[in-house]
Write a protein that binds this ligand. Structure first.
Ligand code: MG
Length: 338
C-alpha cells in the first residue's frame, strides 16, 4: 500500500461564524492510498478545537503509513493497529479509513453503501443548510441561499438569539434546527429553549459547555425539546455517559476517525435509544460523499460543508439540490474536477 497526500487551502464564499469561532478558509488534506493499480481517496479536515492542524496531520499520516501493510480490504485489522498506536488525530485517521473504503469499493466495483449493505432507497433524506452567525441584515440573503433545503440549521449562542429566530420566522416557516455550540449558560439555555419550543424548532444541539454534563441533566429534565450532543461526543467511548443528559448525538467522520468507528457509534447510539445526526466540518464533496454513505442509517443529515467553498475540488458528490442521492459509481462515486 502506498500513501501519498497533499494539503489544500479551501477558501470560503463568506466568513463562517459560530458561537466561539470564525473561519475564512479551511486547510484540508487529501490523501491517496494505492494498491494493485487502484487508488482510494480520503480527506482530513483538521480542527484546532480537536487539537489538529496543518502540522499534526502530516505527522499522523507518516506514523500511520508504517501500519499500512498487506491488503487494504482488511479494514478492521488495519484500523485496530492504527487505533492501538495513535492517540487523537481523528481527522487524519478519518482520511485513511475513508480511503480504504473508497479503495475497496473501486476494487469490487461497488459503491461503498452497497458494500456496507445499506439501503439508500428506503427514505427520502435531505440535508439541512447552515445559517452561520452574521449581522441581522444579512439573514434574508442567507435564507434565500437555503431555498433548496427543507431544514435550516441556525447557529445561536449570541446576544441576538431571539432577534435571529424572530427574523427568520418572519421570512420562512421551514423547520429550524438550532445549534448553540456550547454558547449558553444553564438559566439562559432553559429560558431560550422554552421559547424555542413554540417556534417550530425540531431540536437544540449542544446548548451547554462539554464540562457541564450535570447542567445537561438539569436542563433535559425541564424541557420537552430534544437535545443533541455534538462537542460532547467524539467516539463511541463517549456515548454511554450521555444517557439522561441528551436525546441524540451528532456523528462526524472527522471527530470519530472514519466510517468504521461511525458504524460502531450508530449501533451503540441506537442501543442507548439516541437519535442520530450525521454532520460534517468544512469539507469538499469527497468528505461529504464519504459520510453520506451512512446517511440512510441516521435521522438528521447535516452534510452541507462543501456548499460554503468557493471552489470544491471534487464533483459527483452525494447531495443534489439538498437531497441525499447516493451514486451507483464505485467507491464514494466522486471525481476530481478538471
Ligand atoms: Mg454542532
Amino acid at each position: 500500500m502506498k500513501l501519498t497526500f497533499h494539503a489544500e487551502v479551501l477558501a470560503l464564499k463568506a466568513i463562517f461564524r459560530v458561537a466561539k469561532s470564525a473561519k475564512e478558509y479551511a486547510e484540508n488534506f487529501f490523501i491517496e492510498i494505492e494498491q494493485d493499480g487502484i487508488t482510494g481517496w480520503g480527506e482530513a479536515a483538521p480542527s484546532k478545537f480537536y487539537h489538529e492542524d496543518k502540522q499534526t496531520v502530516p505527522l499522523a499520516f507518516e506514523k500511520i503509513d508504517h501500519f499500512l501493510n498487506g491488503d487494504p480490504g482488511f479494514i478492521y485489522s488495519i484500523q485496530e493497529v492504527i487505533d492501538k498506536n495513535l492517540n487523537g488525530n481523528y481527522a487524519a485517521r478519518a482520511a485513511v479509513n475513508m480511503a480504504l473504503y473508497d479503495w475497496v469499493g473501486k476494487k469490487l466495483n461497488l459503491p461503498v453503501w452497497k458494500y456496507l449493505g445499506i439501503n439508500p432507497f428506503e427514505k427520502n433524506l435531505y440535508t439541512s443548510y447552515t445559517i452561520s452567525i452574521d449581522s441581522l441584515g444579512r439573514l434574508e440573503e442567507k435564507i434565500e441561499n437555503a431555498r433548496d433545503f427543507p431544514y435550516l440549521k441556525v447557529k445561536l449562542g449570541t446576544p441576538d438569539d431571539y432577534e435571529i429566530i424572530k427574523r427568520i420566522r418572519h421570512l420562512t416557516d421551514k423547520v429550524i434546527w438550532v445549534d448553540a455550540n456550547e454558547g449558553w449558560e444553564r438559566e439562559e439555555a432553559l429560558e431560550k429553549i422554552k421559547w424555542l419550543e413554540s417556534e417550530n424548532v425540531a431540536f437544540v444541539e449542544q446548548p451547554l459547555v462539554v464540562a457541564d454534563l450535570a447542567g445537561m441533566h438539569w436542563l433535559k429534565a425541564q424541557v420537552k425539546m430534544p437535545l443533541l450532543a455534538d462537542e460532547s461526543v467524539k467516539t463511541s467511548a463517549d456515548i454511554p455517559e450521555l444517557s439522561g443528559a441528551f436525546d441524540g448525538i451528532n456523528i462526524k467522520l472527522m471527530k470519530c476517525g472514519g466510517i468504521t468507528e461511525a458504524l460502531a457509534m450508530i449501533r451503540l447510539a441506537r442501543a442507548c435509544g439516541f437519535k442520530i445526526m450525521l454532520g460534517c466540518f468544512i469539507e469538499s464533496s469527497l468528505g461529504i460523499a464519504a459520510a453520506a454513505q451512512l446517511a440512510p442509517l441516521c435521522d438528521y443529515i447535516d452534510l452541507d460543508g462543501h456548499l460554503f467553498l468557493q471552489h470544491d475540488p471534487y464533483a459527483g458528490g452525494a447531495i443534489q439540490n439538498g437531497r441525499i442521492q447516493l451514486s451507483e459509481r464505485a467507491g464514494f462515486g466522486v471525481a476530481l474536477k478538471s
